[in-house]
Each structure stands twice: as C-alpha cells, then as structure tokens.
Design a protein around this ligand. Structure first.
Ligand code: WTA
Length: 666
C-alpha cells in the first residue's frame, strides 16, 4: 500500500487557526504533545483527576495485552459526574438540553431538572427490579427521555445497550438476547419526516420472536394515540402495537410518582458502563463493552480539548444516541463538561431542507459536530438552504464517521463556517470510545481531508501487512495500515460474551498493536489522511488506489455532489473501477458529462484511476449511520446475489442500482 498513488493527498491548502480563536482556546500550548507522549499515564491521570471520584484509584494502568484496566481501585459514578456534580457546584440553573422535536416542540432542561428527572427514573428502574450489574435495552427516538434513560442506568450501575431507533425487530431481538437484557425502555413512537416510527409495535414484534430474559417494557408516550392531542401535537395514524398488561408499563404511570432522590451507586472504575453493538461490514454484531472511569476520562478530556467548550457555548452534535458518537459526544463527554446542547429528534429535510440551519439560527448554536454524509447531502441540496439562515453564531465545526472529501471540507468551511470557523475532522471508532486523531482547534493547522494529528497521549502509526512499523523503516510520507500502539483509557474492554472474537478481531493481525481496520497515510509533515476501511482499497493493475481518493476526485468535479467507488474483478487489471455518482442540484446526467467526469478523475489522479464505468444515481446504499456500503455495490457490480442488507437504511436503493447496472451489461 505504500505505493498508493498520491493525489488529493498532495492537497496543499493549509488553514491555520485564526489569532482570535487561538487567543481564547482551551488548548494553546504545543508542548502538551511532548509531555503526553513522554508520560501518557500521567497525562491521562491529570484528566481523570478533573472528575469526581468517591474513592481515589491506587494504580493508573494495568496492561496485559489485550486487556487494559485503568484507574484501578477507583470508585466513581458516570451520572454523578455528568449531573449531580454540576448542581452541587451551583451550576444547576444552567440549561443542559434544548430538546427540539421534529414537529417543532421545544423543551428546556436545566441540570437541576435533569437531576430531578433522572433520580425519579432511576427509582422507577429499581421498582422494576433492575439492579447494579443488569443490562437494559433502550430503543427510542433521539430526545431527553433517551438521554435520561442512559443516565438513569449509569446511576444505579445497570449497563445500557442502546439500539438505534431505526433498526428492525430482528436486530432488537438479537441484541436483547445476546446481552440477556431484563428490561426494554421504548416509546410509543418517534417523529421522522412527518411520519411515526412505530417503536412500540417493533418492540412487540421483537418480543414475539422470543426474549426470555425480558421482564418488563417501559413505554414513554411521545406521540400519543392517533387522532388525539398529546404534548400539544396531533398524532397521525400509526400502529401502536398491542398492550400487554403483564409486561408493559407506561412511563407516565410509574416515573412521575417516584421519590426524587436516588443515591448514585459507587461503581468500580472498571465496571461495565454500557454495551453498544456495532455491525461491522459482515457477520453477527459485536457487543462492544465500555467501562466507567477510563471511558469518562477519555470522553471528557477530548470533549474539552477538541470542542473547546466555554460556559456560553451552545453545542450541537447531530448524532443519534443509537451510535457511539451519541454516547460519547452527546451524553458523557459534553455533560461531564456541563455543556448546554441541542437534542434534535428529526430529519434534516423536515419540514424543509433548511431544518438544520433553522435550528442553528434559532438556538444560536456555536459548535456543530456532524458527519461527512450529511455535509455531502447538504451540498447536493444546494447553498440556498444555509444561506437563508443566520449562521453567525457558529465558531467551531466538526466532522466524524467517514473520511471527508476535500471539496466537502471546503464547502463546510465556506458555506457553513463563513471561512472563519476551524474544522475538527475527528477520527475514532465505537471501539476507541473517544476521539483519537484530530486537530486541537486553537493550535493545529488543518488541511482539507486530513484528520491531522493524534490526540495527545495517543500513539498511532502505520504498519505494513507483515507488521513492520513503516514510519520507522521508511520515514515520511508513508501509507499502510493504521494501528494504535499503546492502551488508552476509553478503549473497548472486549466484546460481550466473546473474548476470542475480541482477541482475533483487534489483536491477532499484529503482535504488538491494536489493528483499527483502516488504511491511512502519513504525509511529510506527519499529518494523518484516513483512507477508509482496508476492504475498500482497490488493486488496479498492481497499484493500490483507495476508494476515498477516487471519490474525492469525483466530488472535486463541480457537477458532482457525492460518489461511491468500488473495485470490480477484472481479468486483466485485477480490479477495474466502477463509480456511482450523485449529481448536484439541477444538473442532468448526459453521456458527455459521464465522459467528462471520468476524464476529470484521470486528470486529477492519473489514467490508471479513470473509472471503467460510471453510473448516475439519485441515492447510494448507506448504513443507517450514513456510511456508504461499498460491499453491496461490489455485489451489484459483480452480478452476485445481494449480501446482508439488514443494516441498510433503504433497501430499494440497491435494487434500483442493480437494474441500471443490468441494463448496461445486458
Ligand atoms: C470511519 C464512529 C475517516 C473509520 C465514531 C472508522 C473515519 C469507522 C472518521 C468507525 C474520520 C470515523 N475520517 N474515517 N474522521 N471517523 N471514520 O464505529 O473507517 O461508527 O474505522 O465510529 O468510521 O465507525 P464507528
């Protein structure tokens, strides 16, 4: 992979932090990198020391690869650190959540409100028989009841397992049984694009498949019965499922009557905080385990340094709590820092494609953290939507989830950030728990498309297939497999119920490093450029070309909003490149444009990278968290039956692509 063609990665635009930003930044001293590198344990212990511990740890780290324990002997509670602590310190009147529902309803919760509500809910969980050490499955829309449920579990020492509110009954069933969860917390429904996601009905279906460990289902009434007015909103027709008196309990019948005091359980630093299932590209979902002290240390430290929180900030992370980003950067990291944040229930195009920008304007959002897939969608919709709104409150922008193509970065920078907001492109994973590679906005120069440097204390490098550290043997620039070399506090502690798979997936490819599964390059200045999953790297006529590089060259063409590229088996070349392209706004896809775009790639990267085929499409197959599923595109291109599509957000997309492809081939 070291011979990967250099293209966009010769990107030479550099943006330094503005002096005004630098002057007020939380992190402005470059020497932290060196300090953290020479004494990583001391560095992390300093951040752990900013949290409240019921009992101090006796040892910072015990590392028996691949098992780490952090802050041994320490006793702590995550909910206490995210809520009680701020109220005790006199910050109770600060707004924690500005919760906006899709229909436009807004509810405010101060930290004192959260403390009161979380204690009632925690008592309700206890009344339902939940104890420290149990697992609780949460299946709800994005909103305060979901975040309260996570915190209430943490308060009493039960581990939550959040299942994204767009997943099917089969997914819930599988995850409940894998974790032997005792309770489900759900809602009657959630608003999505003016319709109702039938959460309770889907839970009923999951129960009908057999969930022997589930004792009760607690149901929050978000929507209300069709035709009635609930919470000021008129509910449309939808299926509310079938009420089972022996199992189902309404939240409003149980929670409000509970005593408003519930002590925080004193948890061991290494006690399980949550399980979150990640599907990966193949196979059974993995129950990624995170524990308490280290996870809270990693997420609170990175939140403070990367998002540069100030008491006056209004922060909005658009991720749903069904994903790790919602766990680390909606709930635990920001709340441990007493941040005021927006929680939004709905879709970015409801009622119109300016919804996000309306929210930024209305709530004066100053820090926005979203995903490249969303940014590319906004590019496709056109600039008029953000330009209708006053976005002047924004001062910092962030992205996560996929490599961001340089053109999408530039669009974000100019159209959303008005050229003045630093962009933090943050690389991390469900498994890493917290941000690993990122700029620190007051001191790191940024380049469009690069996640820049490791967070202080993190040690990432590039290996070849044989496990040689190419940075050592080769020097810079270099490309290969991204590995993490030393333990970090928020690292996963394993896969629930499957230690073998944990060892095999992350620790068997190399004897002395965590294998992230991503390809990356380090440029001559030591900046990281993420190339996507290793499976997404193509071998064309003996050259490694990353799908990300070709996609970025495609998106660089003014007519293109979004692109996905795959390598299709080819007798002569090994792999040939097929491209799937979404055009911007009103552009129509003609033969001439098709040829022009392919020529553009050849001009940008080299003739070798010119796609053999290019298809115009209205949509791309994506996971529900917005990542492009290239595996399905490969199936289409190579004429195979479609693989597992259960994590796909809209299965119709693939069949429409398939028929286009077959038309052409036929
Ligand atoms: C990809 C999301 C490039 C990467 C927090 C990683 C990224 C996977 C970036 C983890 C980024 C995430 N640049 N690629 N800034 N952030 N990825 O578990 O392939 O949903 O391995 O965690 O997303 O996805 P996950």
């Amino acid at each position: 992979m070291s011979e990967t063609i250099d293209t966009l990665l010769s990107e030479d635009r550099i943006y330094s932090p503005a002096p005004e930003f630098r002057a007020q930044a939380n992190m402005d001293d470059l020497s932290v990198y060196e300090y953290a590198n020479t004494d990583p344990e001391g560095w992390w212990a300093q951040w752990a020391g900013r949290l409240d511990w019921f009992e101090h740890w006796t040892k910072i780290l015990e590392w028996k690869q691949p098992y780490a324990k952090w802050f041994l002997g320490g006793k702590i509670n995550a909910c206490h650190n995210c809520v009680d602590r701020h109220v005790i310190a006199g910050r109770g009147e600060k707004v924690a959540w500005i919760a906006e529902g899709e229909p436009g309803d807004v509810r405010l919760f101060t930290y004192s409100d959260v403390l009161r509500e979380v204690q009632k809910l925690a008592n309700a969980l206890k009344a339902l028989g939940i104890q420290s050490g149990d697992r609780v499955c949460l299946y709800m829309g994005q909103g305060p009841e979901l975040t309260l449920s996570m915190l209430a579990c943490a308060r009493i020492g039960a581990a939550h397992s959040v299942v994204f509110g767009g997943f099917s009954a089969t997914s819930i069933h599988e995850r409940i049984n894998d974790a032997s969860a005792k309770l489900v917390i759900t809602a009657d429904g959630a608003w999505r694009r003016g319709k109702i996601v039938e959460l309770k009905k889907i839970v009923d279906d999951a129960m009908a498949m057999g969930c022997p460990t589930i004792e009760k289902v607690l149901v929050y009434e978000r929507v209300g019965a069709p035709g009635t007015l609930t919470n000021g909103l008129a509910a449309p027709e939808y299926d509310r499922g079938v009420w089972d008196d022996s199992r189902d309990i309404w939240w409003h019948d149980l929670v409000p009557n509970q005593p408003a005091e519930c002590r925080c359980e004193s948890m061991d630093s290494e006690d399980l905080l949550f399980i979150l299932y990640t599907s990966g590209s193949t196979g059974k979902p993995k129950g990624i385990m995170h524990t308490t002290g280290g996870y809270l240390t990693g997420t609170s430290a990175t939140s403070y340094c990367v998002f540069d929180y100030k008491p006056t900030d209004i922060y909005w992370c658009t991720a749903d709590c069904g994903w790790i980003t919602g766990h680390s950067y909606v709930v635990y990291g920001p709340m441990a820092n007493c941040v005021t944040q927006v929680l939004f229930e709905g879709a970015p195009d409801t009622p119109d494609k300016d919804r996000f920008w309306r929210i930024v304007e209305k709530h004066k959002v100053s820090i926005l953290y979203t995903a490249p897939t969303a940014i590319r969608t906004f590019m496709k919709w056109g600039e008029e939507y953000p330009q209708r709104c006053d976005l002047s409150s924004l001062r910092l922008l962030g992205t996560v989830g996929e490599p961001i193509n340089p053109e999408a970065w530039m669009w974000y920078h100019h159209i959303i950030g008005d050229g003045k907001c630093p962009i933090v492109d943050t690389w991390w994973q469900t498994e890493t728990g917290a941000i690993m590679i990122t700029p620190l906005p007051g001191m790191t120069d940024t380049r469009p498309g690069s996640a820049t440097r490791t967070f202080p204390g993190v040690y990432a490098t590039i290996y070849d297939e044989e496990g040689n550290d190419l940075v050592r043997t080769h020097g810079l620039p270099v490309g290969g497999l991204l590995v993490l070399k030393r333990p970090w506090p928020s690292m996963l502690r394993g896969i629930w119920g499957d230690p073998e798979r944990y060892e095999k997936t992350y620790w068997s490819k190399f004897s002395d490093a965590y294998f992230a599964g991503d390809g990356a390059k380090l440029d001559q200045d030591g900046f990281f450029w993420l190339l996507g999953r290793v499976d997404d790297i193509m071998l064309v006529s003996g050259h490694n070309i990353s799908t990300m590089e070709v996609e970025s060259a495609l998106v660089d063409h003014p007519a293109v909003a979004e692109a996905a590229v795959i390598g299709k088996n080819h007798d002569v070349k090994g792999q040939a490149i097929s491209a799937f392209v979404i055009l911007r706004g009103n552009v129509t896809g003609t033969e001439a444009l098709n040829a022009e775009i392919r020529a553009h790639v050849a001009a940008k990267i080299g003739p070798l990278a010119r796609p053999d085929d290019l298809f115009f499409t209205a949509e791309l197959p994506k996971t529900r968290s917005g990542k492009i599923m290239r595996r399905l595109l490969r199936d289409v291109a190579e004429g195979r039956a479609l693989g597992d599509v259960t994590t796909l957000s809209d299965p119709a997309v693939v069949s429409s692509l398939k028929s286009q492809y077959e038309d052409k081939e036929g």
